[in-house]
Design a protein around this ligand. Structure first.
Ligand SMILES: [Zn+2]
Length: 572
């Protein structure tokens, strides 16, 4: 492509709303343009890169035996009622009505549609296993769209769904997708690692996320350097290390006027946060319960929800708290509470701690939890963090940040039950199909590549997903000899299947060099009158400072060799 005839425009300055480097670079390099919050147009350069990511995804899905289909983005809400998710999806799902006043949804995901489809198509075990996938636009009404394509209202996902005759067979399908994901991200040049994950609204029992490590990532990853255990912070467990506090005298009430928070209390008592026990009152499916965590830790609501096995979990309102504790907010404690009390397992053996007294402006000191309070269960209830003991090997764990680019779930029969998606076994019995679902954020993956691979000058594309393999800088666009060399080289490279962006603009060389670095194509080739007089064209990799000078007639061969070596390094 010739730059002078393209819609390509680079920008000198960072866009104002961009917070992370990949978002800045995508706009500055002319890959995307913003329409409004969370909505972006892919410009020619960005779309080329996006198509390359999609192609890799498609090739690996096909190789893994999945069949491509395309389901509607617009879905009848009735399907979501049948799965029970119309209520649980909340305001994140775009809802609209058609002219007949039927409620519709713009699909944030397709479990309902695909299960309904397979329920109609599959009747016999002979048709299974079956995995289908699509590359489709998804919608999510984000409260705060940000980070460019990372958290957008409209984005492109690859979503796949497997259907099997048994849990064991479903494990095989899951593993095939897991392996395909490892290959996809490696081919995209991404360092993405699988971590254990929470199953969230999709439901199901077990899942892994593929995380790209990046400081700007929105997800916390708790990771054990000793044994390799890694999990999303929402999910991460920690080893059971109960407190071993010595015995203490009976609880004593202490007047603590106005001291409601842990900060107030550490100041008031002059001791560290872990000597306090936080008492949080929740409504679990409408019923009040109390959850206790050490004063220096945060409760993990995912863990509490799983322990209680409830659909809805929310912090109780002020009136409920006053009603169950008999005290204003800030003075709740486990001693004497008449509702079920669940405690983090680090509090098993906790003694001589301070808690609220269920009385205004009062706390209890010398609380020994097991002695003084009725605890329904001790369980892992806090957000795991750095320094916590690994659940597998007991060594200290660390905390990293990551960008989720893929997610694989074992769903079981959650959806096939709702949609009566059954098949006849070889013995003629009717059984429910066992499902798995597998997502890749295609647009997000593209941006994650840039987040992971850039330098101070711009993007550093892996050749597999670069918009063009080669930036060809034509330094003297008015010199017919130079132009002839560039024309011939462009044709020779095209014949070898190598795509080239020719910068033929009437611009100073400095501008062209800067833009080539910003756009970040893996191979830069410079053709100018001075260079040709001195011996040929210059070839340089984006990742290296070394410049090779090659006679013009040998340039296409040398470039093709470089391109092949770069591609081979990614496809192992
Ligand atoms: Zn470990």
């Amino acid at each position: 492509m010739r730059w002078s005839r393209s819609l390509l425009a680079t920008l000198r300055d960072d866009p104002q709303e961009a917070e992370i480097v990949s978002h800045k670079l995508m706009v500055r390099a002319g890959l995307i343009r913003k329409l409004s919050g969370g909505l972006y147009t892919f410009m020619p350069l960005g779309l080329r890169a996006l198509h390359k990511v999609s192609r890799i995804v498609r090739e690996e899905m096909d190789r893994a035996g999945a069949q491509e289909i395309l389901m509607p983005a617009l879905q009848p809400a009735e399907l979501w009622e049948r799965s029970g998710r119309l209520a649980t999806m909340g305001p994140g799902m775009f809802r609209l009505k058609d002219r007949a006043e039927r409620l519709m949804a713009l699909g944030p995901t397709h479990e309902e549609v695909v299960t309904e489809l397979l329920a109609g198509e599959v009747s016999s075990y002979r048709q299974l296993p079956c995995t289908v996938y699509q590359i489709q636009t998804k919608f999510r009404d984000e409260i705060r769209p940000r980070f460019g394509l990372m958290r957008a209202k409209e984005f492109i996902m690859k979503d796949a769904y497997s259907f099997d005759t048994s849990l064991e067979a479903a494990d095989v399908s899951y593993q095939a997708m897991f392996d395909a994901y490892v290959r996809i991200f490696r081919r995209c040049g991404l360092d993405a690692r699988p971590v254990e994950a929470d199953t969230g609204d999709i439901g199901g029992k077990w899942s892994h996320e593929f995380m790209v490590l990046a400081d700007s990532g929105e997800d916390g990853i708790v990771d054990c350097p000793a044994c390799g255990y890694a999990a999303n912070q929402e999910r991460a467990e920690r080893a059971d290390v109960p407190a071993a506090d010595p015995e203490c005298p009976p609880p004593a009430a202490v007047a603590t006027p106005g001291a409601r928070t842990i900060d107030d209390l550490t100041a008031f008592f002059g001791c560290t946060a872990e000597r306090f026990i936080k008492t949080l009152i929740y409504l679990a499916d409408g019923k009040p319960i109390a959850a206790l965590v050490p004063g220096d830790r945060d409760l993990n609501e995912h863990k509490l929800k799983r322990l209680l096995n409830v659909k809805q979990l929310a912090l109780a309102d002020e009136a409920t708290i006053e009603n169950v504790t008999g005290a204003p907010v800030g003075f709740a404690g486990p001693v004497g509470l008449a509702i079920p009390v669940y405690a983090d397992r680090a509090l098993r053996g906790a003694a001589d701690r301070t808690t609220g007294a269920n009385k205004a402006d009062t706390h209890l000191t010398h609380v020994a939890l097991a002695r003084d309070a009725a605890i329904s269960a001790f369980d892992d209830l806090v957000v795991a963090g750095p320094g916590d003991a690994c659940p597998r090997c007991g060594k200290p764990m660390q905390l990293k940040r990551g960008i989720e680019v893929g997610h694989v779930f074992k769903l079981g029969t959650k959806y096939t039950e709702s949609f009566e998606a059954s098949f006849l076994t070889d013995k003629g019995q009717s059984e429910l199909m066992v499902m798995g679902c597998y997502g890749i954020g295609v647009t997000r993956t593209l941006q994650a590549v840039i987040e992971q691979s850039h330098d101070a000058d711009g993007i550093v594309w892996p050749i597999s997903v670069a918009p063009y393999a080669v930036s060809l800088l034509l330094l003297d666009p008015k010199d017919p000899t130079v132009c002839a060399v560039v024309d011939a080289l462009e044709q020779a490279l095209a014949a070898r299947g190598i795509d080239v962006l020719v910068d033929d603009r009437e611009e100073r060389p400095g501008v062209k060099f800067k833009d080539a670095d910003l756009i970040g194509c893996p191979i830069r080739v410079v053709v100018g009158a001075k260079g040709l007089a001195k011996g040929g064209v210059e070839i340089k990799l984006r990742t290296s400072k070394d410049v090779a000078v090659v006679p013009a007639e040998r340039a296409s061969v040398a470039i093709a060799e470089q391109a092949a070596a770069l591609a081979a390094a990614l496809d192992t």
